[in-house]
Design a protein around this ligand. Structure first.
Ligand code: HEM
Length: 419
């Protein structure tokens, strides 16, 4: 059983007012957010905090409230629907040229969302994902072969990032020779909110490329996801090109920038808890041991720290606090996953934890569509890494881990390791 982690004491000395002005999108915050969430859970479980571009976000931090918020139809993903004329719009706007991407699953509610999800599910099936198992195993081994020859690797850049990216590109049907460009394009896409001018050129190229791929598969279908999305039908209804484009972009970004963080932060947690790493290493042939372990790594690391933005379409009362209509609301998954009311000893990494009602993949209508793929990847990659590198360790164990800044996802920039 792992030793309990020490929470940064700094949060204990701050008043709620001071906590509300902490920049929760900074690198410093990403390094040790859990003490902050604990303070809010205890003292202000529904609290407006500083958010991107000078705006304010209401964060909800207790497990039952987070779960209820994720299911609450009054908290909308479509900001236009939620905000009425006269209500001040907070939060970020989307450049006009990216408007087609606003037709994605994470921008829609109710019947519009249900329709899209029904059609997409026809193509993005558990069967299609299960077909990737062998490829995921081969790719894992080949990335580890290269790393082992060198004896050292950046766990993020050389392993955790390429694996999900190459797999999702193959699922989509991107020709192998185009895969390397995808990393740069997905990065540009994720940076578009923060650095619109620098990223927009790459994003437009990316959209152009995907449109051409959709047209190519409409004319000449293959056994891939793009062809499946083109063919998906519900009666007379089908997906438009813009909807397929939005879906591909969402799958690429959601499918890439999240799993990398699970594998990165998950491995760091194992390096910090060697007894737990040994447990997983010795049980790595037992699917049940591996399954339970990955669920705990999901809970403990919460790669998606807060769910994506929601907007209150009406005044909404949570835990006795009224969130005014038109507010930006964040359900703090990372906080719910460490709530002592839901988990015994929540700050302890316990790979045998069961049951484990974590909310790492969300809940309700927007529950992660890629959860089976993310699980498959982590269940293959993490035990393989431990098995192949019995003495795995950080190149410089004394250096503070390099966390990336950013709002919603939480992950490491790099993690140099010796195999
Ligand atoms: C460890 C990896 C992952 C984590 C922790 C994760 C987490 C999440 C969470 C929390 C949500 C809900 C967001 C919200 O309600 O605001 C979500 C939605 C989604 N995820 Fe994931 N995800 C992961 C991997 C993936 C992968 C591999 C894919 C696809 C290839 C994917 C595709 C999606 C999609 C399409 C949605 C939107 C579903 C909808 O709105 O109906 N995710 N994910």
């Amino acid at each position: 059983m792992g030793t309990p982690r020490v929470q940064a004491p700094v949060w204990d000395s701050l008043s709620v007012g001071e906590l509300a002005s902490v920049d929760i999108t900074s690198r410093d915050f990403a390094a040790e957010p859990f003490g902050f969430w604990a303070r809010l859970r205890d003292d202000a479980p529904v609290q407006p905090v500083r958010w991107a571009r000078g705006s304010t976000a209401w964060v909800i931090t207790r497990h039952p409230d987070v779960e209820a918020a994720l299911r609450d139809p009054r908290l909308r993903k479509n900001r236009q629907d939620a905000l009425r004329p006269g209500v001040a719009a907070a939060g970020r706007g989307v450049p006009k040229v990216l408007a087609p991407l606003e037709r994605g699953l994470l921008s829609l509610d109710g019947p519009d969302h249900d329709r899209l999800r029904r059609l997409v599910r026809q193509a993005f099936t558990p069967h299609r994902i299960e077909l990737m198992r062998e490829q995921a195993e081969q790719l894992t081994e080949s990335l580890l072969d290269t790393a082992q020859r060198r004896g050292v690797m950046d766990l993020i850049g050389d392993f955790a990032a390429p694996l999900p990216l190459i797999l999702i590109a193959r699922i989509i049907g991107v020709p192998e020779e185009h895969v390397p460009r995808f990393r740069a394009w997905t990065r540009a896409l994720l940076a578009v909110g923060e650095r619109p001018l620098r990223s927009i050129g790459s994003v437009l190229w990316f959209m152009h490329y995907l449109r051409r791929l959709i047209v190519a598969r409409s004319r000449d279908p293959r056994d891939d996801l793009v062809s499946g999305l083109v063919a998906a039908r519900d009666g007379d209804d089908g997906l438009t090109t813009d909807e397929i484009l939005a879906m591909l972009v969402l799958l690429l970004t959601a499918g890439h920038e999240t799993t990398v963080n699970l594998m990165g932060a998950g491995t760091l947690a194992l390096l910090e808890h060697p007894d737990q790493a040994d447990l997983l290493r010795s049980g790595s042939d037992d699917p049940e041991v591996v399954r339970t372990a990955v669920e705990e790594l999901l809970r403990f690391t919460s790669p998606v720290q807060t769910a994506t933005e929601r907007w209150s379409a009406t005044d909404v009362e949570v835990a006795g606090v009224t969130i005014p209509r038109g507010s930006l609301v964040l359900a703090a998954i990372a906080s719910a996953n460490r709530d002592p009311a839901a988990f015994t000893d929540p700050d302890r990494l316990d790979l045998t934890r069961s049951p484990n009602p974590h909310l790492a993949f969300g809940k309700g209508a927007h529950y992660c569509l890629g959860a089976p793929l993310a699980r498959l990847e982590a269940q293959i990659a993490v035990p393989a890494l431990l098995r192949r590198a019995p003495a795995l360790r950080r190149v410089d164990p004394t250096a503070p881990p390099a966390w990336r800044g950013g709002a919603i996802v939480r992950g490491l920039e790099s993690l140099p390791v010796l195999l």
